[in-house]
Design a protein around this ligand. Structure first.
Ligand code: ASP
Ligand code: MG
Length: 407
């Protein structure tokens, strides 16, 4: 039995009209000779409304009850859609996560999938042609309802595709696929035909938020091919898959950016063992995610340490540094909130040199000053003043030959 998992996001299931388009997509899956497992999100805006309701009714909403509440958004979508399929004469039924079950840990609001029992799914697939499964939800081993974090329906779909050995996991959304960069700031951005899991992880974590990041990690681990495509067109979309020689031939696949950055520098610290631990230990205890870190080479046994953090954590970070600075002997703490990261990403970088030099010279031509640089095997990240982000993205997009070509 060939099985196809298709996931439909909030805008795709928002109205009866858009649901009819979803039905067309399901019918095309059936026409390919597959049984279809359709994973649905809540209708657009619904999850936010339910979360607001919890805030309105409770001074501090209980996490487990919040999950019981917000998971109902998906319950509404799946039951409505199953009805519409039946109206069209299709053998279909809805399934909530606890009915399968999709078992998670008990980290309410951000639960991780532990296991999915495929026995009931397979029994149901023998009886029905389409199963409409509620995304985003799970249940703990002792039966409490959980949710997987915002955007978590993607992860539900990929996990179901993995256990059911789906031919592909189609993620239907309101865009045609994954673009080489944000088309809102770069009109020459192109839709990619394919992208490697690792590149997608970098694009997603950098703010190209087409897919829930955990779903990509899941897909990579279980080698599930994921196709991001639009409910509102017939475009084949972008295939997120294992790296291959086609991808390696391309130097840079995409340019990502992230404006949610702040920079902090501790000046003139003694360069002795334990300094870095004294700076970063208290930040990690508070769960603050430090991203780029640069330590200067020491001059006369003293050095500077600079790092970046999400902007929302700046105030707390500075409070912590007020305590850290005197303890480590730093002379001052300076910060900058108007900074942003721009990254060039590509698995092709593994086998090519000169990528960094090309990026730097392109930025130099536009007199954009580089504040910090970090590199990994498949990514070069440059920190710049936020006001230059759009320009920097366009310049790098062009410098690496990603621009859309008329012919
Ligand atoms: N409905 C959930 C959310 O809005 C899950 C999802 O759409 O993937 O985050
Ligand atoms: Mg989404």
């Amino acid at each position: 039995m060939k099985i196809l998992v298709q996931k439909f996001g909030g805008t795709s299931v928002a109205t009866p009209e858009s649901m009819k388009r979803v039905r067309e997509k399901v019918l095309s899956g059936l026409a390919q000779g597959c049984k279809v497992v359709a994973v649905l999100s809540a209708r657009a805006g619904e999850t936010n409304k339910l979360l607001a309701l919890a805030e309105e009714w409770s001074a501090s909403p209980d996490l487990a009850e919040t999950d019981a509440l917000v998971s109902t958004g998906e319950q509404v979508s799946v039951s409505l859609f199953a009805m519409m399929l039946k109206d069209a004469g299709i053998r279909a039924r809805s399934l909530l996560a606890w009915q399968i079950p999709i078992v998670t840990d008990d980290d309410f609001g951000n639960a991780r999938i532990r296991s999915i029992d495929s026995a009931i799914l397979r029994d149901c697939l023998a009886e029905y042609d389409v199963l409409v499964v509620a995304g985003f939800q799970g249940r703990t081993a002792d039966g409490r309802i959980t949710t997987l974090g915002r955007g978590g329906s993607d992860t539900s779909a990929v996990a179901l595709a993995a256990v059911l050995n789906s031919v592909e996991c189609e993620i239907y959304t309101d865009v045609d696929g994954v673009y080489t960069t944000d088309p809102n700031i770069c009109s020459t951005a192109r839709k990619m035909d394919h992208i490697a899991y690792e590149e997608m992880l970098e694009m997603a974590s950098m703010g190209a938020k087409v897919l829930h990041i955990r779903s990509v990690e899941f897909a990579k681990k279980y080698k599930v091919p994921v196709r991001v495509r639009s409910t509102f067109s017939n475009d084949p979309g972008t295939l997120v898959t294992q790296e291959d020689s086609r991808m390696e031939a391309v130097l840079v696949s995409g340019i990502a950016y992230d404006k949610d950055q702040a920079r902090v520098t501790l000046r003139d610290l003694p360069d002795i063992p334990g300094t870095a631990a004294a700076v970063f230990g208290p930040l990690s205890e508070k769960g603050i995610l430090v991203d780029m870190i640069v330590q200067n080479t020491s001059l006369d046994g003293r050095t500077d340490i600079t790092f970046t953090i999400p902007r929302k954590d700046l105030r707390q970070t500075l409070e912590i540094m007020e305590d850290v600075a005197p303890r480590t002997g730093a002379s001052e703490v300076i910060h900058d909130v108007s900074v942003a990261k721009v990254s060039a990403i590509g698995v092709g970088m593994r086998n090519h040199s000169g990528v960094a030099a090309r990026a730097f010279s392109a930025l130099t031509q536009e007199s954009i000053n580089i504040l910090m640089i970090s590199t990994s095997e498949i990514k070069i990240t440059i920190l710049i003043q936020e006001k230059y982000v759009e320009l920097a993205v366009r310049i790098l997009h062009d410098a690496f030959g990603l621009d859309w070509d008329i012919d």
